[in-house]
Design a protein around this ligand. Structure first.
Ligand code: TNX
Length: 681
């Protein structure tokens, strides 16, 4: 994962044993990124396989298990949009060969190789008794990305993510062939970069939580070694409260300022009507343009609530004088000034949807949080853009949801809505226009997440999104995706990511001295409420994120598998239905709900989850009753009347609604079972 552009698998495999050896050759072989990636192969293989694999680099391909050929050096300075990432990987006749024209391709090929090394299994999936151990299948891969911009936008302002965690995230990005980390470095709640020119920014704007310039350089170098570009974002003129405690003269109002303790679209804005604002930004952008080597510089531009501009007589006078008709036009003016500054310092500008206004130069890249329609409109007008709508990891949606979003396809629900409203359906982009869609970025906003549970919010869902951006458009099978996501998730953990382990620790902490295994089992069918319905407005930046909802993954595998199993069960002819396994699950979950009660009752952080335990009990009971009356063997003995059906439908409906911030995700499956019962007369 991501699935390669072209792959064919042949019978047979190549064992990966302790005498594994590598040779690297070609004009690009000495590239520092290639050297770094090769150095990582030994420890990573050792972790993956549990074998003692010692560095063993050979001067020629003679005797090497893995040969890496990098044909050319980079002709231009690398780390640019559109860098060549193609590679091929061939495993045959006892030898593996990765070939790439350029160093970056070799990096991508090495990740594919490492992922392809698996416990040796035969065709039926069981461990091959004839040659146990680890191996790579004989195969041939020719691979290249579908999109050139494949990123993650990471908010480190709402909750700070220390540099070490950012590096760990970069490990994950590279592993699934994502190539951009969009670092959302400033927002209302914190200014996260050291400025030498304006040190009060971090002194007054960060509560001490910021990256020093040395740390930033270190993270950038780390990302470069992993073939990941870093695009900084400094959000302006809105979402900019954290600049103002230090520099109130930047603000559109007078008075004193503090970094925002809460969340939302806040009212403080920068003042676009003062020359001093642009002098400041010129100096600041100049400093940051040197610190961040990437060609692109993101200026945010989203969610400007115009009240302060509209109500400020000085700003109104400025607008009149410059024939600026409204706040939107004033933001256009601000953007034009900012664009000149950004370009003067050698960068290309990027902004969120809102920056797209008449007269915006075509050199600006549009990041769409609004959806395909606005992205396509920009593409038709000749702007280059990337899609983020549909890839918001903070919405707690399942991997399948994100996987089905495609930058070049209007989502079916959206299409249906437009049809119902008799609105025109946007025509698909022409091949020429499609070239303006550079790719996409997942987004992780951190209002309700922090460094402790970040990994679980990113992984494994981000791997599914990575596949959408890299693999051919035709790769869409959800079953295949989920079947591959589970092993990829484990593989990512061997790389050092903590999506499961950290949540386990959080739940152990919650359980205190009580049996956390019970809490784990109870939690295994729960999910956080979806969208923004948890309500960030109830929280402040210093509210601890230490509840059960913070310590469970966004998607419950057990619940998904249960729903799938229910569907398979109901698809069977009635005479063949056997519900033993489904009922076994329900019996166990009911037991967990019973056993977890004393923990919930006695623990002040957990009592809020008692209603969830009650609802689980009801669901299991109702589901069991439904199954017994649907099952071939027991149906006759368990007839249900229409009163039962009515009662049960209502009970399941109630259990399906949120219990605090939790959803019990076996509820939809149980609703289907109840629905399938035909009441006896
Ligand atoms: C909107 S999407 C934002 C972010 C918030 C997010 C979630 C976008 C460009 N801006 O500032 O974090 O909603 O609340």
């Amino acid at each position: 994962m991501p699935w390669p552009a072209n792959i064919s698998v042949q019978p047979g495999s190549i064992p990966i044993t302790a005498d594994f050896a590598i040779s690297v050759s070609g004009a690009g072989a000495k590239d520092p990124r290639v050297t770094f990636a090769v150095d990582q192969i030994w420890p990573r293989l050792a972790r993956q396989t549990g074998q003692f694999i010692r560095p063993h680099l050979l001067p020629t391909s003679e005797g090497a298990t893995l040969t890496i050929v990098v044909e050319q050096r980079d002709h231009k300075p690398p780390q640019r949009l559109g860098d060549d990432e193609r590679y091929s990987l061939e495993a045959a006749d006892g030898r593996v060969r990765i070939a790439a024209d350029y160093p970056l391709g070799a990096l991508r090929g090495i990740e594919t190789f490492l992922q392809a090394v698996q416990q040796n299994t035969n065709a039926t999936g069981s461990t091959n008794a004839a040659s146990p151990g680890f191996a790579i299948s004989n195969l041939q891969i020719h691979d290249e990305p579908r999109f050139s911009w494949r990123g993650l936008s990471l908010d480190v302002s709402r909750h700070f993510i220390p540099a070490e965690e950012v590096k760990r995230t970069i490990d994950g990005l590279a592993a699934v062939k994502l190539n951009v980390l969009h670092w959302h470095l400033s927002d209302d709640q914190g200014f996260r970069v050291e400025s030498k020119r304006y040190p009060r920014l971090q002194q007054y704007g960060s509560n001490g939580q910021y990256y020093t310039q040395a740390e930033i350089r270190d993270v950038i170098a780390y990302a470069r070694d992993h073939g990941v570009r870093i695009v900084p974002e400094f959000d302006m003129p809105g979402h900019a409260t954290s600049w103002m405690p230090a520099y109130p003269m930047l603000a559109a109002r007078t008075g004193s300022f503090q970094i925002a303790p809460g969340f939302g679209i806040l009212s403080d804005l920068m003042d676009p009507a003062k020359e001093s604002t642009y002098r400041f930004l010129n100096n600041f952008v100049g400093e940051m343009a040197k610190l961040f080597p990437d060609e692109y510089f993101h200026i945010g531009g989203d969610e400007v609530a115009p009240r302060q501009w509209n109500e400020n007589p000085r700003i109104q006078a400025f607008m009149k004088k410059h024939h600026i008709t409204d706040a939107k036009a004033l933001q256009v003016y601000f953007n034009q000034r900012l664009l000149k500054i950004v370009e003067k310092h050698g960068k290309r500008m990027e902004g969120w949807d809102e920056v797209l206004q008449p007269d915006l130069p075509k050199s600006v890249i549009i990041q769409s949080w609004r959806g395909q329609e606005s992205l396509w409109q920009a593409a038709r007008e000749g702007y280059k853009g990337i899609l983020s709508a549909g890839y918001y990891l903070d919405l707690m949606r399942p991997a399948s949801y994100h996987y089905e979003i495609d930058p070049l396809v209007l989502p079916p629900e959206r299409k249906a809505l437009l049809e119902r409203q008799n609105k025109p359906i946007p025509a698909p982009l022409t091949p020429e226009e499609q070239k303006n869609i550079l790719g996409g970025e997942a987004a992780m906003w951190e209002e309700l997440a922090d460094a402790e549970n970040l990994d679980a919010k990113l992984w494994p869902r981000l791997a599914a999104i990575a596949e959408r951006f890299w693999s051919p458009q035709s790769v869409t099978d959800l079953n295949s995706m989920y079947a591959r996501l589970a092993p990829v998730n484990r593989w990512l953990e061997w790389l050092g990511l903590t999506q499961r382990s950290n949540l386990e620790l959080m739940r152990q902490r919650l359980a205190g001295s009580m049996d956390y295994a019970v809490l784990d089992r109870f939690a295994s069918i729960l999910e956080p409420v979806k969208g923004y319905s948890r309500g960030a407005g109830r929280y402040q930046t210093n509210t601890p994120l230490n509840r059960l909802v913070d310590s469970i993954p966004p998607e419950s595998n057990a619940a998904r598998q249960f729903r799938d199993a229910v569907e398979a069960y109901l698809a069977q002819p009635a005479a063949q239905r056997n519900s033993d396994q489904l009922r076994e699950h329900l019996t166990r979950w009911a037991e967990d709900a019973r056993e977890v009660r004393p923990i919930l009752q006695t623990n002040s952080l957990l009592t809020e989850n008692l209603p969830a335990a009650d609802a689980v009990a009801i669901l299991c009971q109702t589901g069991t009753e439904a199954l017994l009356s649907l099952d071939a063997a027991t149906a006759g003995a368990n007839p249900r009347d229409s009163a039962w059906k009515q009662r049960s439908t209502a009970a399941v409906q109630d259990a399906s609604t949120r219990k605090g911030d939790l959803l019990i995700q076996i509820a939809p499956g149980i609703a289907k079972l109840v629905d399938a019962v035909t009441p006896a007369q």
